[in-house]
Design a protein around this ligand. Structure first.
Ligand SMILES: Nc1ncnc2c1ncn2[C@@H]1O[C@H](COP(=O)(O)OP(=O)(O)OP(=O)(O)O)[C@@H](O)[C@H]1O
Ligand SMILES: [Mg+2]
Length: 366
C-alpha cells in the first residue's frame, strides 16, 4: 500500500504525522473507501522516522463490543510497538500488572493478553477501568521515555454502538485528561460523525478536523495510466474513464483499474476507454455473491427503492415518481430510505439520494 502503490495525499499525511508527534486530537473523516486508514498507516510509518521515535498504538473500533476490547487491542499494538525499546513488556505495563497477564507461545507470536477480569462477566465500570488503565500506562510511558505517544482509533464512530453516549463522554474525558497524548481518530459514516460532534454531544469542539475528500481527478487518472503503462499499451484517456465510471471513492477506482490491468494482459491490442465498462462488469461479477446476500436480507420495499434509485430517479417522495415506478406511500418510501442509509447502501449527497457503491448500483440496474 505504501510507496509506489499510493499516490498523493501529501498534505493529509503531513498533517496526521504532525498530529502524531505533537499532543493533539485529530479527527480524520470522510466517506467510506476514500483512503483514511491507509493515510494514517503511512503517516505512522513516516512519524516513526522522527527522533525521538514516537510510539503509535492503534485499535479498530468497528468490531469491538466494549471498551474492554479496545483496551486489549491497544495493548496488543503497544506490545508490537515497544519491542524496539527492548524493555520487558511487564515493565512497560508497570502498575497494570498483575491485573494483566501475558501468555506467550513458542512461535514468537504476540502474546495473548488477559486482564484480571472476565471479558463476559465484567461490569461496564470494570471495562471502562481497563481502558482507563491502558491510557494511564501510555501517559506513564510517555513521561518515562520522553517519546511522543499517539493513540489511533479507527472506525471511531463505532464508540456509540459500543456504549452509547456514555462511552462517548468517557472517551472524551480520557482525551482531555491526558492532553499530553495524541489522539488520531478516523470515521466514516458522515451523519453519525456529524451528530457526535454536534453542540450537545461529547465531541463538540474536541477535535481538529481533517477531511479526506476524493483525490484530484486529473492527477488520479494520469497516475493510473502511468501504472497501466508499466505492462500494457494504453490508447486514449483510460485513467479518466475509470475515474468517471468508478469515482469518487479511491478504492473503487483502484479496484476497476486493477481489473482492467488483468483484462489488458490477455488482450493482443492496446487497452482503450471502451474496455473500462467490461472491467467494471468484471468487478460487479466478482462482488455478486456478496451483493446478492446483502440484497436477499432487505425488505421488498427496500429492494424496490434501490431499483428505482439505480434507474436514476432522485425525487423518490414525489407522487409522480412513486406512481411511475409503483412505489408505496411516501412515508413507507421514507422509512425504506432511512433504513438503507443506516445500512450504508444509500447516502444523501448534493444531488439527493445516491448509491454508496458504484458496483451495487450497476448490479441493481440490470
Ligand atoms: N492515495 C491512494 N493511492 C492509491 N490507492 C489508494 C489511496 N488511498 C486509498 N487507496 C486504496 O483504497 C483502499 C481503501 O483505502 P482505506 O482503507 O484507507 O479507506 P478508508 O477511507 O479507511 O475506508 P473505510 O471507510 O471503508 O475504512 C486502499 O486499500 C487502497 O487500495
Ligand atoms: Mg478505514
Amino acid at each position: 500500500m505504501s510507496g509506489e502503490y499510493f499516490t498523493n495525499r501529501h498534505v493529509e499525511i503531513a498533517r496526521i504525522r504532525t498530529a502524531m508527534l505533537t499532543p493533539s486530537s485529530l479527527l480524520v473523516y470522510g466517506l467510506r473507501r476514500m483512503g483514511k486508514s491507509s493515510a494514517i498507516v503511512i503517516a505512522g510509518e513516516r512519524a516513526r522516522a522522527a527522533r525521538p521515535k514516537p510510539i503509535v498504538v492503534s485499535a479498530d473500533l468497528s468490531t469491538a463490543t466494549s471498551l474492554f476490547d479496545v483496551a486489549t487491542r491497544l495493548l496488543r499494538s503497544l506490545y508490537q510497538e515497544t519491542r524496539f525499546l527492548r524493555l520487558r513488556f511487564e515493565d512497560v505495563l508497570g502498575g497494570l500488572a498483575p491485573r494483566v497477564t501475558l501468555k506467550f507461545d513458542t512461535q514468537g507470536n504476540p502474546p495473548a493478553i488477559t486482564f484480571g477480569i472476565d471479558r463476559r462477566t465484567a461490569t461496564d465500570e470494570e471495562r471502562r477501568r481497563a481502558f482507563e488503565d491502558v491510557i494511564e500506562r501510555l501517559v506513564h510511558l510517555r513521561s518515562r521515555t520522553k517519546r511522543p505517544v499517539a493513540v489511533v482509533l479507527d472506525e471511531f464512530q463505532a464508540i456509540n454502538a459500543i456504549g452509547g453516549e456514555g462511552a462517548e463522554w468517557h472517551l472524551r474525558d480520557a482525551m482531555q485528561r491526558h492532553g499530553d497524548l495524541s489522539f488520531i481518530c478516523a470515521g466514516s459514516q458522515q451523519s453519525l460523525i456529524e451528530e457526535m460532534i454536534g453542540p450537545t454531544r461529547a465531541f463538540y469542539k474536541a477535535f481538529n478536523m481533517l477531511h479526506m475528500g476524493p483525490l484530484e481527478d486529473a492527477h488520479f487518472a494520469s497516475w493510473i495510466d502511468e501504472r497501466l503503462r508499466l505492462a500494457l499499451r494504453v490508447e486514449g484517456d483510460v485513467g479518466g474513464e475509470i475515474v468517471r465510471v468508478a469515482g469518487p471513492r479511491t478504492q473503487d477506482v483502484v479496484q476497476v483499474a486493477r481489473q482492467l490491468f488483468f483484462r489488458g494482459l490477455a488482450l493482443d491490442r492496446p487497452v482503450e476507454p471502451a474496455d473500462v465498462a467490461d472491467a467494471l462488469d468484471d468487478v460487479v461479477r466478482n462482488e455478486e455473491p456478496l451483493i446478492r446476500s446483502i440484497w436477499n436480507r432487505l425488505a421488498a420495499n427496500q429492494q424496490d427503492v434501490l431499483r428505482v434509485v439505480a434507474l436514476g430517479a432522485t425525487q423518490l417522495f414525489s407522487a409522480e415518481v412513486r406512481d411511475r415506478y409503483g412505489l408505496p406511500a411516501a412515508s413507507s418510501v421514507h422509512k425504506a430510505v432511512e433504513a438503507l442509509v443506516a445500512h450504508g447502501l444509500l447516502l444523501r449527497d448534493e444531488r439527493g439520494i445516491a448509491f454508496d457503491s458504484p458496483f451495487v448500483e450497476r448490479w441493481a440496474r440490470r
